[in-house]
Design a protein around this ligand. Structure first.
Ligand SMILES: [Zn+2]
Length: 260
C-alpha cells in the first residue's frame, strides 16, 4: 500500500513545499512569519449553528483579531493571511500560500460541530497532523476534509490516507516536535482566557496541514452546534478572548522556538 502511495505523497510534497525547504528551521531560527488561516469562506460556510451563525464567520473574526494583536504586540513578526474576507480558498492553496511566504508557523482556526443540533458537546481541542487515534478526531478530520466537495480538482487529495500522514510526520519530525509544543501552549492559554472546557491536544489527518511545510496547529475553538458556544463564537468579546488566548500561546512558543 505504502509503495503505491509514496510517489503520490512525494509529488504532493514537492508541489506544495518547493518554495519552503523543510530545513528552514535550521537556517532561520526566528519566528518572523506567521500564517493565519481562517477556515472555510465564500460558498463554503463550514458548520452552521442552531441560530444560523456560520463557522466561516467565527473563524475569520478570530483570525483578524489575532492578526491585529500579533502586529501590535510582536514587533518584527510578519502576518500573512490565507483569507481576510469572505472568500473560498481551496485547501491545497492555503498551504501553498504559507510556503510561498516562508511561514514559520501555520495557525488554522475552525469551529467544531456535531451532526445533531442543538447539542451539548462542548470544549476546545487543538490538533496537530498525524493519523487520528480516536473516533472523535477521525470524525472531525472527515468533516473538515469534506470541504473539498467545493473544489474543482478533488483528485489531488485522492491518495491522502493514514500512511501519508505518518510519512509526512516522519519526513518532518522537527516540525511535528514544534507543532506539539505550540499546540500545548495554545490549548492552555485559550482555555484559561476563554474559560472553556479543555478537550486536550489531539491529532488527526487534516488535509490542509499536509501542504504547509512548517510547524502547524489546527484549533477547533468550540462547538457551534451548542447554542451557548455558538453565542460565544459570535460575540466580539468571545472572539477577542480567543485571539488573546492564541496570541499568548504563540508568545510562549516563540520563546522556546527561538532558543532551539
Ligand atoms: Zn472547519
Amino acid at each position: 500500500m505504502i509503495f503505491i502511495l509514496l510517489p503520490a505523497l512525494l509529488g504532493w510534497l514537492f508541489l506544495t513545499s518547493s518554495s519552503a525547504p523543510t530545513e528552514s528551521l535550521k537556517s532561520h531560527p526566528h519566528l518572523d512569519v506567521i500564517v493565519l488561516d481562517a477556515g472555510h469562506g465564500g460558498k463554503d460556510a463550514g458548520a452552521i449553528g442552531t441560530n444560523g451563525y456560520m463557522e466561516k464567520q467565527g473563524a475569520l473574526g478570530i483570525i483578524l483579531k489575532l492578526g491585529k494583536l500579533i502586529e501590535k504586540e510582536m514587533p518584527g513578526v510578519k502576518v500573512v493571511y490565507t483569507r481576510k474576507d469572505d472568500r473560498f480558498i481551496e485547501l491545497y492553496r492555503r498551504g501553498e500560500i504559507a510556503n510561498e511566504h516562508h511561514g514559520k508557523l501555520f495557525i488554522c482556526v475552525h469551529c467544531n460541530s456535531t451532526p445533531q443540533k442543538p447539542s451539548k458537546a462542548t470544549g476546545l481541542t487543538t490538533y496537530i497532523l498525524r493519523p487520528g487515534k480516536t473516533d472523535a478526531a477521525i470524525r472531525v478530520a472527515a468533516r473538515e476534509n469534506a470541504v473539498i466537495q467545493y473544489e474543482k480538482n478533488k483528485s489531488r487529495y485522492n491518495n491522502l490516507s493514514d500512511e501519508d500522514f505518518i510519512l509526512t510526520s516522519m519526513s518532518r519530525s522537527q516540525d511535528v516536535k514544534f507543532s506539539e509544543k505550540c499546540a500545548a501552549f495554545v490549548q492552555n492559554s485559550v482555555c484559561s482566557k476563554v474559560k472553556i472546557k479543555s478537550n486536550g491536544v489531539s491529532q488527526a489527518g487534516f488535509f490542509v496541514l499536509v501542504g504547509a511545510a512548517m510547524p502547524s496547529v489546527y484549533v477547533e475553538t468550540a462547538f457551534i452546534s451548542n447554542p451557548k458556544e455558538e453565542a460565544l463564537l459570535k460575540s466580539e468579546a468571545g472572539q477577542n478572548n480567543y485571539a488573546r488566548g492564541i496570541l499568548e500561546g504563540i508568545k510562549k512558543y516563540k520563546a522556546i522556538y527561538e532558543r532551539s
